[in-house]
Design a binder for this molecule. Structure first.
Ligand SMILES: Cc1ncc(COP(=O)(O)O)c(C=O)c1O
Length: 395
């Protein structure tokens, strides 16, 4: 009951009663500032906001203390100066591209990037007059051929989805920087625990925080991280185009990130055991995992990653029908088109991330009906392997 103020009527009571700041000890966790707008004490405070003082908040789309806390944690993890949190990974990529490029500029990227990013480049950014060239993985050594005087941004992803091929970030960044091109890396699969692209030549890192950063499959968010000179214009694009995060989501993200390091460590161990198991299995044609010493990506992963990641893909013998029987027989692994949660999940690229792609594109991407992708969670690896074994026996 609010006893301090005597409100005259129900409509006013509805709005104002009980909303005083209640006296209490400081909470240990960062609070959810669940508000769209902030009240200011007076015009002087508004003046402080207008002068860019960081402790004054005006409107949650522009900035919010819970969102700021999550931004600072992500920036610190990526060893970046600044971070802007967004409504999703796609929103982060969109505002990053718009913060760096304008109409008439061009982007160079890889054919192997996340399918949603390809759609953003081909279907959305083209409407803003920004054109993208997608380089096949085998051509990345000849990257310079794809650059021209209009190229403003190089967009990379490593490890790739679903074949988990690693890109030499420093070599690609050096090539781009010789021409003054901004280098952006999608670090969703590796997480900053395993790979810090800003230390390997990247100017901006983007994340689908929906995945490992959040870690519990219960939020959708994105982030862009880098020096203030890059992030300030990206933040302006976020504010002006509206793809902001939400304080409740930022709270979940903050909570998820507290366990990021231990989750990643456990999931990496699980991935290693699963990859070793699959490699020896007679029904498995090939295993894609940068931790295998005979993987072409192994030397690059050793150079730029702390461990080899939480994803393992493989081709099953018997093609598409065997892949379907295998997936349907799994009991512990969820069939889910995402990754990065505490639960181990399986996905089938042909009918999800790579649906509708031509035979030629699939060949270039090295993906077929036999390809299955696994995202390792934090369960016990023996339980996960025994479920894989029984499902393979039914495939
Ligand atoms: C590597 C990668 N980048 C970006 C995205 C897009 O993220 P979101 O779904 O949060 O928009 C995804 C989503 O699967 C992804 O896997």
């Amino acid at each position: 009951m609010n006893t301090k103020k005597n409100f005259p009527s129900d409509p006013t009571i509805c709005v104002h009663a009980g909303e005083d700041r209640h006296g209490r000890s400081a909470p240990l966790t960062t609070e959810i500032a669940q508000t769209s707008v902030f009240t200011l004490k007076n015009v002087d405070e508004l003046r402080r906001y207008a002068a860019g003082k960081a402790d004054v908040y005006l409107y949650s789309r522009y900035g919010n203390p819970t969102i700021r806390a999550a931004e600072e944690k992500v920036a610190a993890l990526e060893a970046g100066e600044s971070c802007v949190l967004t409504a999703s990974g796609m929103a982060a990529e969109m505002v990053t591209a718009l913060g760096i490029c304008k109409a008439g500029d061009e982007i160079v990227s890889m054919l192997d990037i996340y399918g949603g990013t390809i759609k953003l480049f081909n279907n959305v950014l083209t409407r803003c007059g920004i054109k993208t060239h997608l380089v096949p993985f085998t051509e990345l050594g000849k990257l310079a051929r794809y650059f021209n005087r209009r190229t403003r941004m190089l967009f990379l992803e490593s490890p790739t989805n679903p074949t988990l091929r690693c890109v030499d970030l420093q070599a690609m960044a050096d090539e781009a920087h010789r021409r003054g091109i901004c280098v952006v890396v999608d670090n969703t699969f590796a997480t900053p625990i395993l790979q810090k692209p800003l230390q390997h030549g990247a100017d901006v890192v983007v994340h689908s925080a929906t995945k490992y950063l959040g870690g519990h499959s219960d939020l959708t968010a994105g982030a862009a991280i880098g020096a203030k000179k890059w992030i300030d214009p990206i933040r302006t694009m976020m504010i002006q185009s509206g793809g902001c995060s939400d304080p409740g989501v930022a709270y979940l993200l903050l909570r998820g990130m507290k366990t990021l390091e231990v989750r990643v460590e456990r999931a990496c161990i699980n991935a290693f055991h699963v990859a070793e198991f699959l490699r020896e299995h007679p029904k498995v044609a090939r295993v894609m995992y940068p931790g295998l010493v005979d993987s072409p990506s192994h030397p690059i992963a050793l150079r730029q990653m702390r461990d080899f990641g939480m994803m393992v893909s493989f081709d099953i013998k018997g093609g598409g029908s065997a892949a379907e029987r295998f997936i349907n027989a799994l009991k512990t692994w969820y069939l889910a088109t995402s990754l990065g949660g505490v639960e181990s999940t399986v996905s089938y690229p042909l009918l999800s991330s790579h649906v509708g792609l031509s035979k030629k594109s699939l060949r270039l991407l090295d993906v077929s009906a036999a390809t299955v992708r696994l995202s390792l969670g934090i369960e016990d690896s023996a339980d996960l392997i025994s479920d894989l074994a029984q499902a393979l026996s039914r495939a």
